[in-house]
Design a protein around this ligand. Sequence first.
Ligand code: F6R
Length: 608
Amino acid sequence: MCGIVGYVGHRRAVGVVIDGLERLEYRGYDSAGIAVGHVADGAPARIEIVKRAGKLEVLKIALEGRMLEGTIGLGHTRWATHGEPSDINAHPHLSEDGQLAVIHNGIIENYGELKERLSAAGHVFLSETDTEVMVHLIEEHYRGDLAAAVREALAQVTGSYALAVARADHEVIVVARATSPMVIGLGEGENFVASDVPALLAYTRRVIFLHDGDMALVGSDGVTLTDLHGAPLARDISEIDWDAESAEKDGYPHYMLKEIFEQPAVVYNTLGGRLVGETDVNLDLALDPHSIDRAIVTAAGTAFYAGLVGEYLIEKLARLPVEVEIASEFRYRDPVVDERTLCIVVSQSGETIDSLEALREARGRGARSLAILNVKGSSISREVDDILYLQAGPEIGVASSKAYLGMLVAFELLALWLGRARGTLGDDGAREIVRALRSVPRLIEDTLTHRPCIAEVAETFKDKDHYLFLGRGINFPTALEGALKLKEISYIHAEAYAAGEMKHGPIALIDDDMPVVAVATQGELYLKTLSNLREVRARNGILIALAHPGDDMVGAHADVVIPVPETHELVSPLVNVVALQLLAYETANRLGLDVDRPRNLAKSVTVE
Ligand code: F6R
């Protein structure tokens, strides 16, 4: 939610900041803005601001021909919370005297009362944002020391923030963090600030992840870290192993397509080094598998659906009871959790506020914790007992694809490990799954070759208003994820049901105008799924089936078959979902929609 970039050094700040914003646009894209400090006689003399409603392109057009020469800059790409997307509400926000600029990600919860008090004291507010109170508060406390003014202002604020502040007469950026992510990039004679690592990769891989309650003074020659009371702090410097190219489109028209095609490598890398021989797994976890009686998986969106697959796998292979909970529900519902509960939190970004709070809730009640994460150094990574990292690389497309695959692999590995350790999974069973997992990269490659057939389906049905997705057992989450992808990027209304549930209500929706996508790959419930397909046909439904090549039984009922290769049923969600990702992508693309930046969404949801 909202992307923040800051630069102080020897280059023209505008180039670095715009470059960083381009890489962070997945965090929000309803408006964008930039502030540049202008150096006159060796000191910044004024701050110039350009900001526009709309995507970053609109700001770039507004910047054409502008001579922004300064070497200190702030940039922001917004996902609106308070106030509609407009030029005025876009960040940075500037003080009345034009000397102070502020960008912010998060929510100032007590902004209403602060605004009332400040207005009564004569401050004039221009925007409807919560952020603007920070400008006035800092201004009110400013007596020559910018860091002290920010500290005093923050003492009056409740809420979440990643905040960056610049003043015309200072050659530093002051930053602070509470809940919303912020990272400092370290260069030579230059330093950087960003809400997310991809903004920095072209310049440095040495970073400091700020913790909640950290502040920093970022100058060209150094960074000084303190707490919110000004006491010095030390934080580790981390080396990022992602390279700049992994955050580029690499010739693909969209990040999402590139990320879908990267999935064979994601599976290969996430398995990498963790499979031991033909039957075992080494996950390097501190967790004693005998110390737990149950697991609770908690997550949001796509990560939640990965958790549903995880539930199926862990219960099947390790006979450990698992519940899967939407993080935003779990955190508020007084859950029954004790020290023999394992809380598994799943998150691509590691920053989703609901997932972080759900983890805190479970830990506060004594649970052991394990995170399945993609982004190293993220907030969740700092509060958890054990971590299983996906090896997915940066995911830029707002709709998640390759991270989902990484999460599924992580759950496969975890279920295998728990099953072996708890003695519920024998050698033969383990061998079959390990063998199947090793072949997944090849099977995904095979699925990807069916893109033309999937594109034809997308073309045929792209103008439909509604879609139904059906799946059973371990592929019910596949149907849920397929429906989510389609609604997110094509804006077509899509619902997913467990196929056996259809006759309990949703069957009333079926007519000759609504495509029904059924995951009909063979498995334990194959014959039952076939009867569900018959029920759809009997009501003149349009049936699109995912089935194994040559499956005539399914072929006899379906209007269209999308072929997906056969594999072990417990591994099939990793292969099947790829076809549904492509269906959503091809549909959105044919509708001329902005696949990588779907309306109203943001990549990591760091506000409630
Ligand atoms: C869907 C999507 C979202 C995220 C959800 C959780 O395509 O991307 O539903 O899965 O917001 O995000 P993370 O995994 O970062 O916690």
